[in-house]
Design a protein around this ligand. Structure first.
Ligand code: 6PG
Length: 477
């Protein structure tokens, strides 16, 4: 009997996706570069289930029904190319390769081209939700061959997370679009996490909250507008006691140096390439970089002054509500940037991204899943060509009200010497975006002064240049 689906790569994500696929009634053939891993899998998690495993790649390919659908869950980059190269000689025209790794979207664009020449369908799909999501239902953003997507759509929808019975899996558009959307998802994941961390630091250092109090604040916030996976796990984290230093919280014993695998940085780099503001994600990447300078920071903390920490005199209740509003509003600014970035990329690469649909698949399974994605979906239903989320009626009302809290929170952080780069860049973005006039007139004058770069005028069409020095010399005389 031939198997319905093949999975290559049996590290955690691959294993869990394979188990997820099998649990939906598919027969699955698995392959791993080292056969021991396959054997172990078949003897343990896969025991008694509809799996077969092969040692040789040609046997693995031969075990699959045609057109073959093969999910690649190997490390992004060279290992993915190497896997494709070993598979290719055994594949037939019309077979479908699905790359479910955190692949750089430009690599996916290239692989799409290459595979097209060989008559192989290629799908690059974002799979979000970590280990648990892979097993029980991730969010799936698939880009590439439409025809092939339609063939595997029932499979992808079956294994994905569901929100109100709607699957969180969708076709995003051609070639690299799925991996691009996943990259922006990860960038937003970075900014969500950084914003939450900045607010936590104010709660801890200004309001001097205990773990229990922090848990309660986040658990409470998770019942309202901020309802999301990341707020939920944050609430959980503040309950976890340390096994080593009994009587303390685990989070307080964790080294304050953030790791990263690079997808957040890619999102910022792409924004720079496209010329779109993506300051909140970028500040969140920088915040991880500066956290990594732990030794330097320890030294600097003994050399460089900040303001004297003053005891907070205001109302705790009021500050809590301001922090909640500041967090929600900053999060909105971050998504506004993320969706605007996808808009620019969609134009650049002709992807015709459907933003409402993207918000839908972000609602469940993925790391940034949140109630408020429903609001984003509704915003794009109201206006599919929305320039910026902040201009939608729902988000506009929030912005017009909550910006006041964000200002108060940032002012307090500045007074107390607490760095809030993501919160600050959210407000700077908001204030810039809503400003009819910005000081770029002066920039243009400077550019024209030293480099004859020319400028345009407010009152008439055309390109102008001024001999600035002559004018200043004359007026000096
Ligand atoms: C997901 C996550 C995942 C990512 C981790 C780690 O959607 O399931 O985005 O793909 O790899 O979150 O990312 P960093 O190591 O860069 O923080």
């Amino acid at each position: 009997q031939l198997q319905n689906v093949g999975v290559v790569g049996l590290t955690v994500m691959g294993k869990n996706l394979a188990l997820n696929i099998e649990s939906r009634g598919y027969n699955v053939s698995v392959f791993n570069r080292t056969y021991e891993r396959t054997e172990k899998f078949l003897e343990n998690e896969a025991k008694g289930k509809n799996f077969v495993g092969n040692e040789k790649i040609e046997d693995f390919v031969a075990s699959l029904e045609k057109p073959r659908a093969i999910l690649l869950m190997v490390k992004a980059g060279k290992p993915t190319d190497a896997t494709i190269d070993t598979l290719l000689p055994h594949l037939d025209e019309g077979d479908i390769l699905i790359d479910g790794g955190n692949t750089f979207y430009k690599d996916t664009i290239e692989r799409n081209e290459k595979m097209k020449e060989r008559g192989i369908h290629f799908i690059g799909t974002g799979v979000s939700g970590g280990e648990e999501g892979a097993l029980n239902g991730p969010s799936i953003m698939a880009g590439g061959s439409k025809e092939a997507y339609e063939h595997v759509e029932p499979l992808l929808k079956a294994i994905s997370a569901k929100v109100n019975e709607e699957p969180c899996a969708a076709y995003t558009g051609p070639d690299g679009s799925g991996h691009y959307v996943k990259m922006v998802h990860n960038g937003i994941e970075y900014s969500d996490m950084q914003l939450i961390s900045e607010v936590y630091f104010i709660l801890k250092n200004v309001l001097k909250m205990s773990g229990e109090e922090l848990h309660e604040v986040f658990a409470e916030w998770n019942k309202g507008e901020l309802d999301s996976y990341l707020i939920e796990i944050t609430a959980d984290i503040f309950k976890k006691e340390d096994d080593v230093n009994k009587g303390t919280l685990l989070v307080d014993n964790i080294l304050d140096t953030a790791g990263q695998k690079g997808t957040g940085k890619w999102a910022s780099q792409s924004a720079l390439d496209l010329g779109v503001p993506q300051s909140i994600i970028t500040e969140s990447v920088y915040a991880r970089f500066i956290s990594a300078l732990k030794d330097e920071r320890v030294k600097a903390s003994k050399e460089l002054n900040g303001p004297e920490a003053e005891e907070f005199q205001g109302s705790k209740e009021e500050l809590l509500e301001q922090l909640r509003q500041a967090l929600y509003f900053s999060k909105i600014c971050s998504y506004a940037q993320g969706f605007a970035q996808m808009g620019k990329a969609s134009e650049e690469y002709n992807w015709n991204l459907d933003y409402g649909n993207i918000a839908m698949i972000f609602r469940g399974g993925c790391i940034i899943r949140a109630q408020f994605l429903q609001k984003i979906k509704e915003a794009y239903d109201r206006e599919p060509k929305l320039d910026n989320l902040l201009l939608d009626s729902y988000f506009k009302n929030i912005a017009n009200d909550y910006h006041k809290s964000l200002r108060k929170v940032i002012a307090l952080a500045i007074e107390q010497g607490i760095a809030v780069p993501a919160l600050s860049s959210a407000l700077a973005y908001y204030d810039s975006y809503r400003s009819e006039r910005l000081p770029a007139n002066l920039l243009q004058a400077q550019r024209d002064y030293f480099g004859a770069h020319t400028y345009q005028r407010l009152d008439k069409e055309g390109t102008f240049h001024t001999e600035w020095q002559e004018i200043t010399q004359k007026t000096d005389q």
